[in-house]
Design a protein around this ligand. Structure first.
Ligand code: HEM
Length: 270
């Protein structure tokens, strides 16, 4: 199957805000038969990694639930649960409620497909604190991102996408270390099946009445082999891989994959 989202083909591999408006009807992509089963299983085994809420966030959580119910045409099946979690069970996406106090902070989140972070790590954090590890974020993006949050209006939905490469197709990856420890086990001919392009499609929109902002994260992954057979797509990925900035490569931990990716690209004709 061809990758659904190809952000690596659309811009040079560097950090970017990359937020653009999309039609309201395209807010959530859907397509997962039973997200509640996947999320409930993680709640049972890893609750602190996948769920957190701050006191006083329930009213805003309920507004997000109402938005999700309206968008999906489905009612929460478990109204006894915290509203943001009840909403998250209806959709494939992870849901983060951001609320404005002294800054925009994480008020509650349901995070079942984390790319190397956890709910307990980020609950209550401001945008600046969340992005402390991202090289150049404060200087290049910090103020602009806060202004974007402040300027959201009902009906405006913004989308951005990022990408990385990892040696797993697991959705639930709170920590990089156990995954990276297995890179050495991948044989040179196995890169196409063992390495995955991991794309996060993220959206941002205001809850009605302005009680908060909901940030959604949907993770898509495709084996590197999915690039073969389409020369233009393969060339676009090769360019992104080879031209990625040093800061981007270091932050995403790409160097350990170099020999495998280069071997794959050469075998595929790049
Ligand atoms: C919508 C505006 C936002 C922008 C423009 C943005 C931008 C970024 C960028 C550029 C990165 C580096 C990885 C990448 O290329 O995506 C990143 C990482 C991250 N973002 Fe955001 N972000 C936004 C909103 C949020 C929100 C609302 C959260 C709340 C949970 C969040 C949590 C994180 C975390 C946890 C990381 C990983 C940081 C680490 O390495 O520890 N971001 N973000």
């Amino acid at each position: 199957m061809s990758p659904r989202h190809t952000p690596w083909a659309e811009a040079a591999a560097d950090f970017a805000i990359g937020l653009g408006p999309i039609p309201e009807a395209d807010w959530l992509e859907g397509g997962e038969a039973d997200p509640a089963a996947r999320k409930d299983a993680l709640m049972a085994t890893h609750r602190d990694l996948v769920w957190a809420e701050t006191p006083g966030s329930r009213a805003a959580q309920a507004q997000v639930l109402a938005m999700v119910e309206a968008a999906t045409g489905r009612a929460a099946e478990r109204p006894d649960l915290p509203p943001l979690y009840a909403a998250s069970r209806l959709v494939a996406d992870d849901l983060v409620l951001m609320q404005r106090s002294d800054a925009w902070r994480v008020g509650a989140l349901s995070l079942s497909a984390p790319t190397f972070f956890s709910a307990e790590q980020v609950i209550g954090r401001s945008l600046a604190e969340l992005h402390g590890p991202v090289p150049g974020f404060a200087e290049r993006f910090g103020k602009r991102v806060e202004r974007i949050f402040d300027g959201l209006r009902d009906g405006l939905v913004l989308q951005r996408r990022n990408w990385t490469l990892v040696n797993t197709d697991d959705l639930f990856t709170p920590r990089p270390a156990p995954i990276r420890a297995r890179i050495g086990q991948i044989g040179p001919g196995e890169a196409g099946e063992a390495l995955f392009l991991r794309v996060e499609r993220q959206t941002l929109r205001r809850a009605p009445g302005g009680a908060g902002v909901v940030f959604t994260i949907r993770v898509w992954r495709d084996p590197l082999a999915s690039l073969a057979g389409d020369a233009a797509r393969l060339a676009a990925f090769a360019a992104a891989w080879r031209q990625a900035t040093p800061a981007f490569r270091a932050y995403k931990g790409l160097a350990p994959y170099d020999a495998l990716v280069e071997g794959f690209l050469r075998a595929a004709g790049e």
